[in-house]
Design a protein around this ligand. Structure first.
Ligand SMILES: [Fe+2]
Length: 159
C-alpha cells in the first residue's frame, strides 16, 4: 500500500469509527428506543383542538388565574400533560420549570423512583413593572428522559 492509499484508508477508518462511536453513545444514553428528533427542538402542541397522544402526555398544562393583582400572591400549577406520566427508572420526568415571560422563576427536579405524580405548584407575586402592558405570559417547560423538552404557555392579565 502506497502512502496515498494508506492515508485514504486511515481517513475512511476514522470516519467509520466516528459514526460507530456516535451510535454507541446514543445506545448508552438512550437504552430504550427514543425518537432523537424530540431532543433537537422545543416540542409544543401543534393543534390544540387535535392533540397527538405524545402531546397529551407531555405538553405542560398551566393552571393559574386569568387575572391577578400586582403585589398579591397567587398559585401557578404545572402538570405534565393531561394523563399521568410514568416516573420509573426507564422513563420519567426529570424536571418542571416555570418562566415569567423570559425570566426563569423556578424549577423542581424529580427522581425516577415512581413516587410522584409529576406536578409542580409555584407561588408567584408579580410587580406592576413585570407587566408594563398589563399582560404576561407564563411559560412552563418539562423534560422527559425519552421524549425530550416540552413547552406550554398561558397568558394572564396583571392589574
Ligand atoms: Fe415521556
Amino acid at each position: 500500500m502506497n502512502r496515498r492509499n494508506f492515508l485514504k484508508a486511515m481517513a475512511v477508518g476514522t470516519i467509520a469509527s466516528g459514526i460507530a462511536g456516535k451510535a454507541f453513545a446514543a445506545e448508552k444514553y438512550f437504552p430504550v428506543k427514543a425518537d432523537q428528533g424530540l431532543f433537537e427542538t422545543i416540542n409544543r402542541v401543534k393543534d390544540p383542538s387535535n392533540k397527538t397522544p405524545l402531546e397529551k402526555s407531555h405538553a405542560p398544562v398551566i393552571t393559574a388565574p386569568a387575572t391577578v393583582k400586582a403585589g398579591e400572591s397567587f398559585t401557578v400549577e404545572v402538570s405534565v400533560g393531561q394523563v399521568v406520566h410514568p416516573m420509573g427508572p426507564a422513563h420519567w420526568i426529570e424536571y418542571i420549570e416555570l418562566n415569567i415571560g423570559n425570566e426563569p422563576a423556578g424549577r423542581i427536579d424529580f427522581e425516577p423512583k415512581g413516587y410522584l405524580n409529576p406536578k409542580a405548584t409555584f407561588n408567584v407575586v408579580l410587580t406592576k413593572e413585570s407587566a408594563p402592558a398589563g399582560k404576561l405570559t407564563l411559560v412552563a417547560h418539562q423534560r422527559c428522559n425519552l421524549h425530550g423538552y416540552w413547552e406550554g404557555t398561558l397568558d394572564i392579565t396583571v392589574t
